[in-house]
Design a protein around this ligand. Structure first.
Ligand code: SF4
Ligand code: MG
Length: 321
């Protein structure tokens, strides 16, 4: 007996057999990544591929949506569906995909400029709408693709091509900002040079039933080599937020001794912890799977392809001259 019932059709039997095979890395690997050697984006891609294999996500049921920037080349490097969109617009595209195809698993990959500058309005509302997806913000503190321009997260005083005497303003704090948005339901921070923590955070985000925002601290050895250098070299400059409802990474306990038990249901404490201090804090700051989700409240009626085409033609005909 199969999902299609009793069958003696060899083609159907083959389709069922293919559907049941275990997915391996080669089922997800796309084009060879063309990021610079040493770029942190490579680590994020590796962690994402590991997650896809571990969770056995069907490539044809998985979508990666990106905007514009170095990290936004992500969909090209995976054999899932992908949408390499326009600057700052990854989140509305992903929201549309998820609303019309709730059966798909949706990931969004944005850079710091993409998400927190031109896409800032979409970021705010996507967090509030709380549509289920994983949104990764790869933060290298610079516009890399357009060659060294100050972004909202560039540290104050760091010289760039657009502000050669040093970035004028204090940087935007993406974790604090996200925690301030009404209806935020999952807010986490991790670092690409800590693969075990990165993977554990991605897995927690993927399993969250709502909009999961993950800021990934990402090295850009070409334009901002100094930005995370101290944290990379000195594990004592990192503080891990640990909790059974957040992420626990026992294999890091020997190297990363600064740990703080933080219950991710405590929003007030999360906001305190998001403020800059001596150490960079990594972990789940906040998580509440009980927040209202727009994708559950506003169900888009399911239509056949023919019905959708008829509807579209009807709308276009209204404007015919
Ligand atoms: Fe990575 Fe920086 Fe090169 Fe862009 S410019 S691919 S962020 S190392
Ligand atoms: Mg950037």
């Amino acid at each position: 007996m199969t999902a299609f019932g009793e069958t003696s059709c060899p083609l159907l039997t083959l389709a069922v057999a293919e559907d049941e095979h275990d997915f391996t890395l080669s089922d997800y690997e796309g084009a060879a990544a063309r990021w610079c050697p040493g770029c942190g984006d490579h680590s994020v891609l590796t962690a994402v591929e590991r997650l896809l294999v571990a969770e056995q996500l069907k490539p044809e049921q998985t979508v990666f949506v990106s905007g514009i920037g170095c990290s936004s080349r992500f969909p090209h490097y995976l054999k899932t569906y992908g949408f390499h969109g326009i600057h700052g617009r990854a989140l509305p595209v992903a929201t549309g995909v998820k609303l019309h195809r709730p059966d798909l698993t949706v990931f969004v990959v944005m850079g710091d400029g993409d998400c927190t500058s031109i896409g800032a309005g979409h970021w705010l509302h996507a967090v509030r709408y709380n549509v289920r997806m994983v949104a990764l913000m790869l933060d290298n503190a610079i516009y890399g693709l357009t060659k060294n321009q100050t972004s909202p997260t560039t540290p104050q005083g760091l010289p760039t091509n657009t502000q050669p005497r040093g970035s004028y303003l204090p940087p935007l704090n993406p974790i604090a900002a996200t925690l301030g948005i009404t209806n935020a339901s999952f807010v986490a921070q991790t670092a690409e040079w800590m693969p075990a923590h990165l993977y554990a955070t991605l897995r927690a985000a993927y399993r969250h039933e709502g909009f999961a925002f993950v800021r990934v601290l990402q090295r850009c050895p070409v334009f901002t080599p100094s930005v995370y250098q101290i944290a990379v070299q000195k594990p004592e400059r990192i503080e891990l937020l640990v909790h059974e409802d957040g992420v626990m990474v026992p294999e890091l306990e020997k190297s990363y001794k600064q740990r703080l038990v933080h219950d991710p249901r405590d929003l007030d404490r999360a906001r305190e912890l998001a403020e800059p201090g001596e150490r960079i804090r990594l972990g789940v700051f906040y998580r509440d799977a009980g927040k209202p989700r727009y994708d559950l409240i506003r169900r888009v009626p399911s239509r056949t392809a023919a019905e959708r085409i008829a509807l579209l033609n009807g709308e276009l005909d209204k404007h015919a001259v």
